[in-house]
Ligand binder design. Sequence first.
Ligand code: XMP
Length: 319
Amino acid sequence: DWTMGAYRDQAIAAIRQQVGDGRVICALSGGVDSSVAAVLIHEAIGDRLTCVYVDHGLMRKGESEQVTGMFRDHYNLPLIHLDESDLFLSALDGVSDPEEKRKIIGRLFIEVFQKQADALGGAEFLAQGTLYPDVIESVSFSGGPSVTIKSHHNVGGLPEKMGMKLVEPLRELFKDEVRELGRELGLPDHFIGRHPFPGPGLAIRCPGAITREKLAILREADAIFIDQIRRHGLYDDIWQAFVALLPVRTVGVMGDGRTYDYACALRAVTSVDGMTADYYPFSHDFLGETATRIINEVRGINRVTYDITSKPPGTIEWE
Ligand code: XMP
């Protein structure tokens, strides 16, 4: 007779067993996964856990303030906020290959955490909210040939030289199970219901080379899209929604003038676990209203498209 309550107790026991009297730093992204992992580990080992939130310059509008604010105000977890945007964005300068982006971001995350672990006097464990689908998707297409689809930035083990061991208490769980575990741990519903956000952040929603200018445009458009979804009461029906800024500019007309600005794609899907997904069937009114708002309110975008690809054959993210 399997319940989430029993799973929680078992997971806490396993964390205590693995960590002993060691110290853990936890990569807190603000997503459900890392938050549940952090709260679970905190229950297991208390203040021998330190959470680290790294702003890699690829977060959404207002996200860093929201996440660190929420954890400071509502949870009694030791939390360090690092702004490493210069480090990440300069390393990504001119890089357009998706796998290269992922690898750079993954490598820098490890470097930043290693440095932070040293600064804390040596933590021997690094915690991550890795889920089961992350584990299998970065290894192979299930049932098919062994092909890497995407290198998830938070999977793949740590380089030997890092000398840290991974704590991944959610490694056997699917997303809906993590949400159930989060409820069991008393996390608020609005937090448990947050859409997933990938570790590499906006880097993989900005195909082609990333610039600060493109990121700024993307943030504004994305915030409007999410606002529209909330206003229309659709947020909880959707697994994930975001804007991808396309690396192409197109000609438009506004008032009496010609525009030559970026095109963007809206992406919204339903899914149970992120392994397969269907595009969300928005009404034409919703799509039209959202396109109008984005074009009127965001400088730098003059064309909006809607991505109607399911997974497979598409993936949810664009890269
Ligand atoms: P794809 O694009 O592979 O995404 O269909 C499936 C789910 O995984 C998320 N995703 C990631 N999450 N690190 C993460 O933590 C990553 O590197 C990563 N790549 C994709 C994606 O947002 C979707 O929910």
